[in-house]
Design a protein around this ligand. Structure first.
Ligand code: SAM
Length: 476
């Protein structure tokens, strides 16, 4: 019981006025005070659900399926001495800690044939990246996903999560998402707008979430949401699909935002009913077909999800191309890229997928569809940094290892648990069971990549980026 959860009276009166008749306010309050069940999502870019379950069950992990996400599980662990984020499986990106109801919007986006995994997709408000990584996994790293975030500090977390999870098809941008309708009209096959909101659904995670709650602040944020939704709608191709979601409960930020779009462009799109999205979805379904997830319905955080399909174009008075600085990359000439790819394949048995671009001392691997947005948008990072070059060659990056290392058929070293711990603490290791090799080596533990190292005699020199070095309580 979270007795300190702040639930002000004026908030409870507001909620009582909009709570559907078949739901009880007492249960709402009781569920807001109950701690959340822990949930995770398996990252299928790195491991299948079956292999993950087989790996974790012997460690005393009990995994109960989340009914609306094939890769989502509620988790209880016999031994909680190691924080979830410090487990070997988290460090090598096998799973993402994500609240169960927050898995719903991406399920809704992909439960419709218009959303193609090799398409051009937009995640308009992306950090910290739970849904970006969920989308990338469903796209199987194909096509291209533009992941935008307005807050600089949150952009860094997003980037770290993409790298940890081995995501390679994302271009990250840093704008007020209002620009997409203006700069990139009718560009995206599918869009997720997981909008900034007042977070009324998050009190089970953050007991102070409602400290600054007021009707005025809701109205203010609803105006922002309307602007973002309208802009996203312009950026959607006719025939495309858009999901609007929030982790809040007020009608102003949810139903009314959808209604505002309907009032403007109602003949150009229709909302889908999500009543059949998963068994029991109808318990949260509104008359309009949206999912309004009250925390007591599925014992989760509160959430709202609406999905629309755009039938035809609408006049776009917003259109105005953005100003772009000089694009600092050049495609890598074939005489440089071909030998490099051959060398990587010869050393590791994997071939990096995508287009190689270079800038000063860096070589990058851009997503397949990048050319569709090249010259139209300024990116903070595109795809994956493959290597850093120096006079006599190049050094493959940590992020390359995390994306490709699990698939390597050679050029890797498998550590035992003691060495794996040492490695994650930034130390060199002397793997006894392996014959020493030469050059760069992918460092793995139980088949999954921890990072890169370099053979120096029988020692593997540690090449883990400093910011990833852990100093205590590492995985069991
Ligand atoms: N989709 C994310 C996830 O699943 O991990 C959570 C997104 S959170 C609900 C909303 C995000 O929108 C925040 O990271 C916030 O910084 C960002 N944001 C706020 N105003 C924005 C704007 N005008 N344009 C784009 N992003 C914005």
């Amino acid at each position: 019981m979270h007795d300190n959860t702040y639930l002000p009276d004026h908030f409870l009166r507001h909620i009582a006025a909009i709570m559907p008749a078949h739901l009880s306010m007492d249960e709402f309050v009781a569920s807001c005070r109950r701690p959340l069940r822990r949930s995770i999502r398996v990252n299928t870019l790195k491991i299948s659900v079956a292999a993950f379950v087989a790996r974790m069950q012997p460690l005393g992990w009990q995994l109960d399926p989340v009914p609306w996400c094939d890769t989502g599980f509620w988790l209880s662990r016999e031994d909680e001495s190691v924080p979830l984020g410090n487990t070997a499986e988290h460090l090598s990106g096998l799973f993402y800690i994500q609240e169960a109801s927050s898995m719903l919007p991406v399920t809704a986006l992909f439960a419709c044939e218009q959303t193609r995994r090799d398409g051009m997709l937009l995640d308009a408000a992306a950090a910290p990246g739970s849904k970006t990584t969920q989308i990338a996994a469903l796209m199987e790293n194909q096509g291209m996903l533009v992941a935008n975030e307005y807050s600089s500090s949150r952009l860094k977390v997003l980037s770290a999560n993409l790298q940890r999870c081995g995501v390679t098809n994302v271009g990250m941008t840093h704008f007020d998402a209002k620009v997409f309708g203006q700069w990139l009209p009718e560009t995206f096959d599918a869009i997720l707008l997981d909008a900034p909101c007042s977070g009324e659904g998050t009190v089970r995670k953050d007991e102070d979430a409602l400290r600054n709650w007021s009707i005025e602040s809701i109205d203010e944020i609803a105006a922002v949401q309307q602007g973002l939704l309208e802009s996203a709608f312009h950026a959607l191709k006719p025939g495309g699909v858009l999901v609007y979601s929030t982790c809040t409960l007020s009608l102003q930020e949810n139903q009314a935002v959808c209604q505002s779009l309907q009032d403007k462009f109602g003949d150009a799109f229709s909302f889908d009913s999500l009543a059949d999205l998963f068994p029991a979805a109808e318990k949260a379904c509104t008359p309009e077909g949206y999912l309004h997830v009250w925390p007591q319905i599925f014992d989760s955080e509160g959430f709202f999800v609406a999905r629309l399909r755009k039938q035809h174009s609408v006049p776009n008075t917003m259109f105005k191309p953005g100003k772009l600085g000089k694009f600092p990359f050049l495609p890598l000439p074939a005489k440089e890229s071909a030998p490099m790819l051959r060398e990587i394949e010869a050393a590791f048995g994997v071939v990096p997928q995508g287009n190689l671009f270079g800038r000063s001392e860096e070589i990058w691997l851009f997503p397949q569809l990048f050319e569709q947005v090249q010259g139209k948008l300024r990116f903070d990072r595109i795809g994956l940094k493959l290597a850093e070059t120096f006079k006599k060659g190049y050094r493959l990056t940590h992020e390359w290892a995390l994306a490709y290392g699990d698939g390597a058929s050679k050029g890797f070293v498998e550590l035992d648990i003691a060495d794996a711990r040492e490695f994650m603490m930034g130390r060199d290791v002397w793997p006894e069971q392996e014959a020493a090799g030469t050059g760069e080596v992918i460092v793995r533990y139980q088949g999954h990549t921890l990072g890169m190292g370099k053979w120096v005699g029988s020692r593997v020199k540690n090449a883990l980026p400093r910011e990833l070095v852990r100093d205590n309580n590492l995985f069991v």
